[in-house]
Design a binder for this molecule. Structure first.
Ligand code: CTP
Ligand code: MG
Length: 250
């Protein structure tokens, strides 16, 4: 046996933490983003089903808007979900990082692999979820689905006022860049240590593991795992659902 504490046994149990406590400011006024409907079903329910669709996932922890736990619990009760999966709901915090930490605090001891999945990525296919879990089971401490970029990216000196012109500082080589998605998968102990150690603001969980000096592995992401951020993303999400319904019909 290896003495590497990051090596997860093949039979390791997997839990998914779904941060869903954000307001969705960029989507515009309305209910908290995770509670808005896509194809008539709350985005959060799509995200929960996407995690529970993996046979490896036996627990889903939903991190609800701070005062929204009762509403999220009744949504979970009102929608069909797999019997083999357990569900927990905990209230979230001010930042995504804080919300994920609150979700991790609620994890029972017997889970060795943890996925962290944005409620705002409701349409991730189960094959992507399984590929992430597989790579963690194979021994990677942190695994992230990612795609090459379509746009060239510029680093700028940010303008103080939105809309003002901004000078370019550098242009990273696009072929070396990847856009990362969720679910991000972790050896549980590594992710918990990262959340206890790293105090800087981050926008994803894997970057905390990078700050511990550990290797983060990328696996192929999926275009349907995009994040619903702005109003146009809702149009795309509805179109993806419509295409799935059409394909399921044949
Ligand atoms: N999130 C969270 N707790 C927070 C902030 C964000 O659980 N305090 C969650 C969101 O609910 C979302 C995920 O983190 O599922 C990714 O965040 P993002 O897409 O930025 O969602 P919001 O923060 O809700 O959107 P915005 O930044 O436009 O307000
Ligand atoms: Mg946000």
């Amino acid at each position: 046996m290896s003495d590497d504490s990051c090596t997860s046994p093949a039979g390791a149990r997997t839990a998914a933490v779904i941060p869903a406590a954000g307001r969705g400011v960029r989507l515009g006024p309305g209910a908290p983003k995770a509670l808005r409907a896509l194809g008539g079903t709350p985005m959060l329910i799509h995200a929960v089903r996407a995690m529970a669709a993996s046979r490896a996932v036996s627990l889903v922890v939903v991190v609800a808007p701070p005062d929204g736990s009762p509403e999220v619990k009744s949504l979970l009760d009102a929608h069909a979900l797999p019997d083999r999966t357990d569900f927990l709901v905990v209230p979230g915090g001010e930042s995504r990082q804080e919300s994920v930490k609150l979700g991790l605090d609620a994890l029972p001891p017997d889970y060795d692999i943890v996925l962290v999945h944005d409620a705002a990525r409701p349409l991730v296919p189960v094959d992507t979820v399984d590929a992430v879990i597989e790579a963690v089971r194979a021994g990677a401490p942190a695994v992230v689905p990612a795609l090459p970029l379509a746009d060239t990216v510029k680093e700028v000196e940010p303008a103080g006022t939105p809309g003002e012109p901004e000078p370019v500082v550098a242009t990273p080589v696009r072929a070396r860049l990847r856009a990362v998605q969720t679910p991000q998968g972790f050896d549980r102990a590594t992710l918990i240590r990262a959340h206890e150690t790293v105090t800087e603001d981050v926008t994803d969980d894997a970057s905390m593991v990078e700050k511990l000096g550990k290797t983060v592995l990328l696996v192929p992401g999926h275009e349907e795992a995009f994040k619903v951020t702005r109003p146009l993303d809702l149009v795309l999400a509805e179109a993806v659902l419509a295409r799935r319904r059409l394909n399921d019909g044949f």
